[in-house]
Design a protein around this ligand. Sequence first.
Ligand SMILES: *[C@@H]1O[C@H](CO)[C@@H](O)[C@H](O)[C@H]1NC(C)=O
Ligand SMILES: *[C@@H]1O[C@H](CO)[C@@H](O)[C@H](O)[C@H]1NC(C)=O
Ligand SMILES: *[C@@H]1O[C@H](CO)[C@@H](O)[C@H](O)[C@H]1NC(C)=O
Ligand SMILES: *[C@@H]1O[C@H](CO)[C@@H](O)[C@H](O)[C@H]1NC(C)=O
Ligand SMILES: *[C@@H]1O[C@H](CO)[C@@H](O)[C@H](O)[C@H]1NC(C)=O
Ligand SMILES: *[C@@H]1O[C@H](CO)[C@@H](O)[C@H](O)[C@H]1NC(C)=O
Ligand SMILES: *[C@@H]1O[C@H](CO)[C@@H](O)[C@H](O)[C@H]1NC(C)=O
Length: 892
Amino acid sequence: MKFSLTSSWVVAALFATSSFAAVPLSSINTADTGRYVPNEYIVEMASISGLAGKRAYTGRTLYYHMHKRGVQFDVKTEYDTPDILVGASMKIESPDDIAKVAGIPGVQAIRPIILIPGPKPIESFSVSDPNDSRLSPSPMSTHTMTGVDKLHAQGILGEGIKIGIIDSGIDYKHPSLGGGFGEGFKVSGGWDFVGDRFTGSNTPVPDNDPMDCGGHGTHVAGIIAADPGNEFGVVGNAYKASISGYRVFGCGGSTTDEIIAQSLIRGYNEGMDILTLSLGGVDGWTIGTGSVVASRIAEQGRVVTIAAGNDGSDGAWYTSSPGNGISAISIGSVDNIVVSVQNVNVKGVEHAPIAYLQLLPLNVTGELPIYVTNNDTTVKDDACNPLPATTPDLSGHIVVIHRGTCTFQIKADNAAKFGAKNFLIYNSDDGELTGVSIDGYQAAMISADDGKFLVGQFAAGVEVKLEFPQNGSAATIDSPHGGLTSAFSSYGPTYDMFFKPAVSAPGGNILSTIPTAQGSWGIKSGTSMATPFAAGAAALVLQARGKGKDVSREMRDLFQTTAIPVASSKEEGSIANTVSQQGAGLVQVDRASQYKTLVSPGQLLLNDTANLDSLHTITIRNTGSESALYQLSHVAAGTAQSLKADSKWASLGPVELVDAPAGVTIIPSSVTVSPGSSRRVIVRITPPRGVDESRLPVYSGFINIASKTESLRVTYLGAAGSLKKKAILDNTDAYFEQKLPLVLTPGGEVQSEPKSYTMKDLDSPSLVYRLTFGSPAIKVDLVQKDASIKPTLTKRGWFSWLFDWGSDVDDLPIIGPLQELGYVPRNSEAPVTDNGFNVFNFIGVFANKTRIEDGEYRILLRALKVTGNPKKLGDYESWLSPVISINSTSSS
Ligand SMILES: *[C@@H]1O[C@H](CO)[C@@H](O)[C@H](O)[C@H]1NC(C)=O
Ligand SMILES: *[C@@H]1O[C@H](CO)[C@@H](O)[C@H](O)[C@H]1NC(C)=O
Ligand SMILES: *[C@@H]1O[C@H](CO)[C@@H](O)[C@H](O)[C@H]1NC(C)=O
Ligand SMILES: *[C@@H]1O[C@H](CO)[C@@H](O)[C@H](O)[C@H]1NC(C)=O
Ligand SMILES: *[C@@H]1O[C@H](CO)[C@@H](O)[C@H](O)[C@H]1NC(C)=O
Ligand SMILES: *[C@@H]1O[C@H](CO)[C@@H](O)[C@H](O)[C@H]1NC(C)=O
Ligand SMILES: *[C@@H]1O[C@H](CO)[C@@H](O)[C@H](O)[C@H]1NC(C)=O
């Protein structure tokens, strides 16, 4: 994606776009394997004795059984860590063989290996001169937001805690990260699982040196571990902790969830108290290998913190894995309370310097006059269309443009036709101040008021000039969005109704270490930055409470119950942000470390209305020396309209919130707990009434538990609607200007009439479809051209309620399977994206690679609905292709 920068400032720029241009069909790459490593699986066994570690086909072992059943396979790696992962990864070419393996005694699960993209390009600034007067100093506001400063003042610095960082490696030679590697150094251990050249699809070349290449892991490490005493004043939040670097990315490209699982297991076996992963890929489900392994390690009494993802602009139902691991702690991002600005001097009229949102000054020399593209500040689509031919040469001007309607890039491109290079974008009245980064130009955002002032002067004929000091104009201002959930932070919940993220930590605008070769210090943003912050916070809690399995297992509860909910806006009295984006709120590390009251569980999962889990018990434990009276009360968070109105698609971020509280009864509503004992209270929560179920509202909130001295809460979340009713397949033409699903010919046209293919020399069709919601199973099958099947999706639209297909999938007249995918995430609705649609390339073979005889067929596409029964026909949506003839002798 062009806009995959993960700074809150930059991502918010997306919302300037209100209408998408259709995506050209020609952009479809039919060779793409999607999110899977082709034909590779992890087969999980009940015990290692069932596997046959020596690969001999003897004894009643997995390999023996596979061999006996004629399964073609090639073992890659074996796993033998009881309670975490026992089994083997292997190549199995044929899905028919997968079915055979599934029937072998002792086989627990077969999971495809998923590609996890590398850290996304993140807006980053490297700063080589720490005394650079262009930079504003206020690095450790994140510590005061979260109570870390209080623990540091008590000398709690993470000493004695081992943290494994699973990332792109660490530049351990950095002077603030210990300057060396191995015993006695801060970075005391680690492993490189992949080597520099690894891309995710070639063979990894492991070695024992986890030196960073990309720079991401070094930034992550500094947030936890940077030693104080550097000229920037940067201090890691647990800088006395011992660090191990587990490197899972090459210098570029992706990794796989198998490698992530390997790194998690190694960190577990090497005794890490905390494992932290600032990585992930869109998933939406909790069952991938990486998620499952992370979750099991957490259940064994280690803390596992994982980034929630930077896809907030994609809206609801878009969490990433392995952060989805059920017992892992998924971390969302809150914006830093201060933002760095620069000031521009105003000449030609009396006015104070104007603040613009940039860390470093725009590189503009001299005094340049302003040019305003529209004198009317009420016009929102300012510069969205080509500027009039009478526009003067703008190369020597600072062009002032109103934000709104189209992207910053379009506005800048229109002005650039007249030579414009430098821009100030003024905010709209109701907009959130955001950073601006436009390819090819220098630009920054100023406030709506400052913009109106400049436009007013220009319209009045005053010649205003601007001067951008290159020194000494940096300042920090209270961030207009500080303390709120970062716009880029991904939204949940998962399709199985777990809430992700669990909690939030500061992740926007973070100064930390980067490799010395890249300048040593830099600023980055993302849940990638929030996650190590949470890992460091966990180290402080472990040190304060005494490290061990019990405290580790309680860590998520401790974080969640002591976090402070984040509001949805800065307006007085505004409702709390949806738990599906903020989790339980912003971590408060001093409280998590020192509160005498322990409350569990930290979260209540209510599921959807069809599977409503209404009744819950909360346990309040008083470990203090005095009896305490607790008052319980309910505070609702905003109910998220998770779907757009009159659309199958999820709402884009920021997701609209409504004030529609759940019904909550707490019995009793106050309890006295004597020292050393605990009391239970019962909570009954019912979905809000009167909400519009067609928007699939996700409701959430907090049960507050307050004594005179301590204030805790339990966070809940549910969906006010049935997930099984949620439509999945996109049958509109909004994306490609062609109705979906569709069959694409080799010539790039949509097949609407019967058509013949040789299935040779690239003469084969592709099935293209989009998922508006996750699906537990996508099935692509071959059927006879005149098979009696009534698909739920027809050319004329949506008719699912008209058809009753009988009860059993076995009734379907299927010739054979072509492809089957399990636990698939929804597609993205953003215009140019890496997850916009799915493609199945039909090359004339069954899923088991057997060639299909010449003849006339159709393709049946089916999507199982969430919580649907895979055996029940009515729980699928389906679509039937036009007739596809295979004629291997045809000359065309
Ligand atoms: C930065 O300034 C401090 C104090 O003003 C000084 O001690 C230090 O040497 C300077 N660092 C550099 C790299 O100039
Ligand atoms: C500023 O721009 C000038 C001219 O385009 C260039 O030579 C200089 O390197 C730039 N300075 C910075 C700090 O980028
Ligand atoms: C805006 O006002 C200036 C100054 O009066 C004038 O020169 C310019 O033509 C105006 N622009 C438009 C588009 O009317
Ligand atoms: C910025 O300040 C430094 C000293 O702090 C000075 O050496 C440098 O020349 C100044 N640069 C500009 C562009 O004024
Ligand atoms: C919600 O219900 C579905 C269907 O029974 C189940 O698969 C899922 O695990 C449940 N989710 C939670 C969080 O309990
Ligand atoms: C491959 O699958 C097809 C369709 O299910 C089936 O007819 C055929 O027998 C299978 N071939 C082999 C070698 O298993
Ligand atoms: C296949 O194509 C050839 C040549 O175009 C044609 O003669 C033949 O009838 C076709 N076969 C079928 C089964 O349609």
